[in-house]
Ligand binder design. Structure first.
Ligand code: CTP
Length: 413
């Protein structure tokens, strides 16, 4: 375990503040000295006694308390790391502008410690041009942005903007802390994909039968979107070929919207020329109707049974692998229904041989698992069929595990 450090956890006023308790707890259990600076709004969501009990230190909130100790600067000066979780749209705007109208703003401005923030807000606020610009400013200053994740929001809706899970925030924050300590000076986000161009396909294709009907699949695109967000956060230049996503794509990346397998093939093939890494996370229809009716198919013209003639779609992944540029890394996905773990791996090994890609991300799916959920569990196979990664958790943390494999891979021939 790394030596104990002084970590300031800033908590701002969003509903995800209740999850910040687990962020504080994880740092404390790892032996760190944790000081919570909560905005007054944060304390409306989570109680001071809870934070004091969990952090084992006094909670600071008021700018005008402890003035004799010059607390508004002392807390920041003493920090080895500052983590703001949740970071609301408002607090991100204040950070970007360098405002110091509360204790947290003063603490951050007075500190040279690395800063990690975990945004949490509704999708519309995350996608708003103001927030996009503010995040870009913070990223350029070396602030590490963890998440946000994709999934269920406070109301009945879901999308990008959910605060990343506490374990993911803590893991990323500790990486930042380790690097800053190792270098002897603060550093920002781990940019281990900087300079790499990553092409990701996500979602599920739809093959039209007539103007109102299609053949589709249950892919939500959440894992592909998480991969795109995580790759961008790690410095990659990301192109996302998006087929019917159920969640909003991350901001600040190149998004190309498609519907059918043929359109996805065109978009991916075009973008592949520029890509260093291609991740085919999309669920692509293997067959399409042989003919697409120009008018709506009517029952009284069809009768009691309807027979569809389907024709095979090209295998896009195999095509990309067969015509790959030197050094290009190609990753396929395989969602399989095998119950038995060994049988699942055997199917994966056969598939990676057949597809010719460098890695295959394999997961089990069923009626209730894999597709629309916020969590995932995968194994990553390499070209020899060996398991190089076994990861589970939120789709964002699984995305980072997959990207860890890519970040350490160079293909020379
Ligand atoms: N894929 C593709 N083109 C297709 C079908 C699939 O590029 N026409 C890609 C998917 O994006 C995924 C991988 O191939 O990365 C595996 O998809 P999957 O549907 O599991 O493979 P299939 O070739 O359909 O294999 P099977 O029919 O045996 O399930």
């Amino acid at each position: 375990m790394s030596p104990a450090r002084t970590i300031v956890v800033g908590i701002t006023g969003g509903i995800a503040a209740y999850k910040a308790v687990n962020v504080v707890r994880a740092f404390v259990l790892l032996g760190h000295d944790v000081h919570v600076v909560a905005t007054p709004a944060a304390l409306r969501f989570v109680g001071r006694p809870t934070l004091e009990a969990i952090s084992r230190n006094r909670v600071h909130s008021d700018l005008y308390e402890g003035v004799a100790e010059v607390r508004h600067v002392a807390i920041g000066q003493g920090a080895d790391l500052i983590v703001v979780a949740p970071a609301t749209a408002n607090s991100i705007a204040k950070l970007a502008a360098g405002l110091a109208d509360d204790l947290l703003g003063n603490t951050i401005l007075a500190s040279t410690a690395p800063l990690v923030i975990a945004p949490a807000m509704h999708t519309e606020m995350w996608n708003n041009a103001a927030t996009v610009a503010n995040i870009a400013i913070l990223r350029a200053r070396g602030v590490t942005i963890v998440g946000p994740g994709v999934g269920q929001l406070t109301g009945t809706d879901s999308g990008s903007g959910r605060m990343e899970e506490p374990d993911t925030i803590v893991a990323r924050a500790l990486c930042v802390l380790d690097e800053s300590v190792n270098d002897g000076q603060p550093v920002g986000q781990v940019q281990d994909l900087a300079g790499r161009r990553v092409l990701i396909s996500a979602g599920g294709t739809r093959e039209p039968l007539d103007p109102v009907r299609f053949l589709g699949n249950r892919s939500s695109g959440k894992q592909g979107v998480a991969l795109a967000a995580a790759a961008a956060a790690r410095g990659a230049s990301v192109t996302l070929v998006a087929a019917h996503l159920e969640v909003a794509p991350p901001v600040g990346i190149d998004v190309r919207t498609v519907s059918t397998a043929a359109q996805l093939q065109d978009a991916v093939t075009e973008a592949s020329h520029e890509a260093d890494v291609i991740i085919m996370a999309a669920a692509v229809a293997d067959y399409r109707p042989a003919t697409v009716q120009t008018g709506k198919i009517k029952k009284d013209q069809v009768g009691q049974t309807l027979t569809l003639e389907l024709v095979r779609n090209p295998d896009i992944l195999s095509g990309l692998a067969a015509s790959r540029r030197q050094g290009q890394i190609i990753i396929g996905f395989a969602a399989e229904t095998e119950e038995d773990a060994d049988a699942l791996i055997a199917v994966g090994r056969e598939k990676i041989r057949r597809k010719g890609c460098d890695y295959l991300v394999l997961n089990r799916v069923g009626w209730t698992t894999g597709f629309t959920t916020d969590d995932n569990a995968v194994v990553v196979l390499d070209v020899r069929g060996a398991i190089v990664k076994d990861a589970s958790g939120t789709k964002m943390s699984v995305a980072n595990s997959i990207l860890d494999v890519i970040a350490h891979t160079t293909i020379s021939d």
